[in-house]
Every structure is written in structure tokens, then in C-alpha cells.
Design a binder for this molecule. Structure first.
Ligand SMILES: Nc1nc2c(c(=O)[nH]1)N=C([C@H](O)[C@H](O)COP(=O)(O)OP(=O)(O)OP(=O)(O)O)CN2
Length: 160
């Protein structure tokens, strides 16, 4: 059985890899639709509020009004310097790769799984017309893909 729950957060980001408008810092109202796999326990499965009690604080504290930023993006260093110089604290959600909606889906799928839920699918709406539908199979495949990439990097670092 699937329970679908909808959440949202507002965040800024840019995609430094793309040579178009997405390279500029800009904001989105990200819509997050979680499809949870659940099992019936009597008349209900998992209480709706049990999802909210864990997922909403994750989004509120780490993503809402944050800047999603790749730590490999040169802008990240500038922001860290700014914070060190001024003592200001900025809410930065650090990625280890560009902040595409596909990479956001990969990270969020893992974080929500760590909260103890079994996701079947995650939908992330970035704009009015664009939604990333990210399945458990995508997550398994991305975990393999990124593990291989990280191993490649470690091997390159080891021989250089
Ligand atoms: N596969 C992906 N393509 C794009 C991504 C992405 O994460 N994955 N991201 C962007 C940009 O971040 C952008 O903000 C969204 O771009 P786009 O849909 O082109 O924006 P519009 O203003 O045209 O949105 P509409 O709702 O269609 O007006 C781009 N591509």
C-alpha cells in the first residue's frame, strides 16, 4: 500500500555546470511528494502525522530558505569566506555535486530513508512545468553509480 504525502520548501540554488540562465543564483518553491510503502496494522497503516513529525522538520531545518550549493562550486568558497569575515551564519545545504533536481532527489531519498521510512517514489517539482519523478530503482542505481565514481576518484588520488 502507498501513502502519498506532500511537502514544500523555498530555496535558492544555481547550476554552475550549465551555460545558461540556470547558472545564475535563483530560487524555487520546491514541491516534494513522498510515496511511502506502508503495511496495514489494524484499521490504519502509518499515522499521517508520523510522517510529518519527521519529514517536515528535516525540510524546515535543512532546506527551507537555504542555499543549495555544490561544495565544488567556486561560489561556495566565497560564501565561506564571507561567513568567516563577517561572523554571519547562512543556511547552506551542501551538495558534493551540482544541485540539479536529479541530485536533490538522490540526497532527499537517502535522508528520508534514514528517518526510518520506506519510499517507493519521490516527486520533486522544481518549476511549474518541471517535475523529477524518482523511483526506488533510480536510487539504487544512483547509489551504485556514485559509489563507482567515488572509487574512481579515490584510485586517481591514490596514483597521483
Ligand atoms: N534535467 C534538468 N534540467 C534542468 C534542471 C535540472 O535540475 N535538471 N534545472 C534547471 C534550472 O534550475 C531551472 O531553474 C529550471 O529551468 P526551466 O524549467 O527551464 O525554467 P522555466 O523558467 O522555463 O520554467 P517554466 O515553469 O517552464 O516557466 C533547468 N533544467
Amino acid at each position: 500500500m502507498i501513502i502519498r504525502k506532500e511537502y514544500k520548501f523555498y530555496a535558492a540554488h544555481r547550476n554552475e555546470e550549465l551555460a545558461d540562465k540556470c547558472r545564475n543564483l535563483h530560487g524555487h518553491r520546491y514541491g516534494v511528494v513522498c510515496h511511502f510503502e506502508v503495511e496495514r496494522k489494524g484499521s490504519i497503516s502509518t499515522l499521517f502525522g508520523d510522517f510529518d513529525a519527521k519529514v517536515a522538520p528535516l525540510l524546515k531545518t535543512q532546506y527551507d530558505h537555504a542555499l543549495l550549493i555544490n561544495i565544488e562550486d567556486p561560489l561556495y568558497r566565497t560564501l565561506v569566506d564571507h561567513c568567516e569575515r563577517t561572523g554571519e551564519t547562512l543556511r547552506l545545504k551542501r551538495f558534493t555535486r551540482p544541485t540539479s533536481v536529479e541530485n536533490l532527489a538522490f540526497i532527499l531519498f537517502g535522508e528520508i530513508t534514514e528517518l526510518g521510512f520506506r519510499l517507493h517514489q519521490l516527486e520533486i517539482r522544481e518549476t511549474d512545468s518541471s517535475v523529477c519523478v524518482y523511483t526506488r530503482e533510480d536510487w539504487v542505481s544512483d547509489n551504485r553509480h556514485f559509489a563507482n565514481k567515488d572509487n574512481e576518484l579515490l584510485q586517481i588520488e591514490a596514483v597521483s
